[in-house]
Design a protein around this ligand. Structure first.
Ligand SMILES: C[S@@+](CC[C@H](N)C(=O)[O-])C[C@H]1O[C@@H](n2cnc3c(N)ncnc32)[C@H](O)[C@@H]1O
Length: 332
């Protein structure tokens, strides 16, 4: 059964969407979205794609490449430079959060856990709860980083977080949101577990628009059988807003991500054509055709006062007594 961006909302989300009077952009999710999480868990499971030459240093992201790196990429990229690009994507993603020692953080989709360690070492926050949907990732991170007292790795799905509401100061996520079949539910969950005025920052590749998403589906690129859902970035704005976030910044960082990653892919392919999969090339081609982009979203959950004011405003509009009073002529 096909589902649309509106239809996949559960009743609580729909109530919220209706309450806020917002309509999510219409786009059709292919039936294959139903079992995408199973495919994700297989892809990152025992034979994790972290082992592909595409990725290095146990990071599983395309990397954020500096202009200097891109200028000299044709001369060859070292493994350390490849790892540094992935680490930099983490640093870039969390930069607007201005993490302090007092912050309790949530990371969604920690992968092999190396990015979590990087954030922990760099900022020494009060603590990091890191969740990943793939049980093998959690087992590996726990086995490898058992000594990190203030960091906890556990199984968790962004779309059904089990933490209490208002737990975290800040939430971050690196190259995970492209996997979410139900971004709206993930947005509601992230808003729920954040404290009022809490901050969210995440980076991911997404379809550039609803029509780009439709083209990806039609051509069978990624979304139909792969592990990337690539919901439209335009829809992400709406979903965040419906969940009670104010989007403070959205950055298109495609030029800092795709060309460097593709250059690394070409280098690996030249070294050993059998070691790479053409999937990476498809990503680059889709970027060149303007179908996908790489984005960082930085958003703030509304504070209690904002939420109260909005609720009051809605109550005044809906309250028939108030309406009557406002409309009835003053007899005196
Ligand atoms: C591309 S990897 C990124 C890993 C890590 N952030 C990094 O940059 O190295 C995506 C990770 O997200 C996890 N993941 C996918 N969907 C998820 C979801 N709904 N909730 C939590 N984790 C998810 C996968 O298991 C995988 O480990």
């Amino acid at each position: 059964m096909n589902r649309t961006g509106e239809q996949f909302s559960q009743s609580s989300q729909q109530a919220n969407v209706e309450q806020h009077g917002q309509q999510l952009q219409q786009f059709v999710l292919p039936p294959s979205f139903n079992d995408v999480k199973m495919r994700i868990q297989t892809a990152y499971g025992e034979n994790t794609i972290a082992k592909l030459p595409n990725f290095q240093g146990d990071f599983i992201n395309f990397g954020y490449w500096t202009d200097k790196q891109l200028e000299v990429k044709d001369k060859g990229i070292s493994v350390e430079e490849r790892v540094e690009a992935s680490r930099r994507l983490y640093s870039y993603t969390v930069e607007p959060l201005e993490i302090t020692h007092n912050d309790l953080l949530l990371e969604i989709g920690f992968g092999q856990g190396v990015g979590t360690c990087h954030i922990n070492e760099t900022f020494s926050p009060k603590g990091i709860e890191a969740v990943d949907i793939t049980p093998e990732q959690v087992a590996r991170a726990n086995a490898r980083f058992s000594e990190l007292g203030s960091v906890t790795f556990s199984i968790g799905d962004a779309e059904s977080l089990t933490f209490s509401e208002r737990t975290f100061d800040k939430v971050y996520s690196v190259e995970v949101a492209q996997h979410f079949p139900n971004f709206q539910e993930a947005a509601f969950q992230m808003a729920r577990v954040l404290k009022p005025k809490g901050l969210l920052s995440f980076s991911a590749h997404l379809a550039t628009s609803v029509s780009a998403f439709n083209a990806l589906c039609k051509e069978g690129l990624f979304v139909n059988e792969g592990i990337d859902c690539l919901v439209p970035m335009t829809y992400v704005f709406e979903a965040l807003s419906n969940a009670g976030f104010v989007v403070k910044q959205s950055n298109d960082i495609s030029v800092q991500v795709f060309p460097g990653y593709d250059a690394w892919f070409e280098q690996k392919k030249a070294e050993d054509p059998t070691s790479v999969t053409e999937w990476t090339k498809k990503i680059y081609t889709a970027y060149q055709r303007g179908l996908i982009g790489y984005y960082r979203f930085f958003a703030q959950k509304k504070g209690d006062a904002d939420a109260d004011a909005k609720e009051q405003e809605a109550a005044i509009q809906l309250d028939p007594t108030t309406d009557k009073q406002a409309q009835s002529p003053n007899p005196s």
